[in-house]
Structures are given as structure tokens and as C-alpha cells.
Design a protein around this ligand. Sequence first.
Ligand SMILES: [Zn+2]
Length: 256
Amino acid sequence: MRRILFLPVILIMALTSAFPESGKIITKSPIVILTFDDAVISQYKTVAPLLKKYHFGATFFICEFPLKKSVDSIQYMNWNQIKKLYQMGFEIGNHTGHHKNVTKLDKNQIMNELIFIEDKCKANGIPKPVSFAYPGNRTDSLSQVVLKEMGYRFARAGGSRCYNPTTDFSLLIPSYTMGSAQKLQLRTSKALENLKSGQILVLTIHGVPDVLHPAYSTSPDLFIHYLKFMHDHHFKVIALHDLGKIFEHTTNFTLK
Ligand SMILES: [Zn+2]
């Protein structure tokens, strides 16, 4: 009898003492999750050293592209560089083997795309990824089922809104796309300025800069401006898989 009464009380305490608005606690700081897509070389050369300087965590979502010109290969990281990111303490996530729109694939094809990156990770001493980012932010129920079956805990999509762990499925985590293009810049700046204590903002970032995809490029100056803003406002800046560690501290709360 006592046990039945006790558990709901703990649960209510865990939920209310946490996020004042959406429900759960974790930390008093606003939380930003940095995710970098497509294995762009500037993520290794520019982004990683800056993140280390600020002691920020991040997830790098890796895929391989069919290269249109041989010169394009210098625009992407090789697996030695990806391995170094892991050794620096960053999370390596799966972005499909070949940047495939998963909504056009059958179950086996999705599995093969996931396994392609898992095998490369294994060969390079990187743990099997637990985080995934949908290429082009395109998702459907089949891909979510396959991800769950294959042991993925977090999957990032688009949507330009904050992530609410009490209502959002952890394989359908919304994010804002960062970029120097005016529309992206306005959205990201506003989202960061409005981020409240305990809220979670996930950012999707491509190259800093991104030579091959200028529409999604973020200039190093703008990127540094955002890093300073997060640092000066005491934001907690983490990788996607760190969400698991945060929630493990809140008893009786499980991610959806
Ligand atoms: Zn991508």
C-alpha cells in the first residue's frame, strides 16, 4: 500500500520540480544540443577546436556522399578525422551511409544504410551510434520503427521548435537549422534569446562555412557569436546522447 502511494508522489515531485512549464527538471540552465550534419571538413578544422575552447559538447552526424568532382573530397572529413572527433569527446551519430531520404526506402534498405555507418564506426574504434539524424529531415513511421529495432535512442528531425521530452517522441526530436541566410539567422537568434531555464533547443548545423551547400552555410563569425552568447548566458551545451544521462538523474522519468 505504502509503495503504491509513494511512487506517484516521487513522480509528481520529479516532474514539477523540474521544467517549470513543460514538466521536468534537469538543470536550471537553458539547454542547447548542437548537432552537425554531413561530415563537412570545416566541422573538423574550425568547429571542433572552438567547441573545446568553450567546453561544449556536440553530436556529429556522419554520412558519405557520392562525390561529383574529385576535388569535392577535400570538402568532407575522412574517417581518421571523424575518429579524432570521437577521441576529443564528441558524439558520432548516424546520418545514413549515403544521405538517403529514408521515406523512399524499404526496411532492408534503411537497415543497410544504418549498418554502413555502424560498420565504419566499428572499424575505427567508435562505439555504435545511438543517435540518428534524418537526411533532409524527412521521416516516416517505418524509419522510426527500424531505428527503434536497431537500438537507436534519439533521432533528430526539423520543425523549428523546442524539444519537449514529455510530449515529443525521442525518435522525432525537433530542431532549428542554423545558417547565415537571413531567415535562418533570424529564427536561430530569436530561439536562443527566448530560451528559458530548463527548455531544450536542438540546433542543426552544416558547415562553418559550408562551401558546397551555401544555402546552409554558417559563417565562422556568426558561429562564434552564438557560442559566446550561450557561454555568457550560462547555457548547458551538450551532445544529443547526453539527454540520456540527464534523464537518468530524474527518477521515474522515461523518454517517450
Ligand atoms: Zn544532411
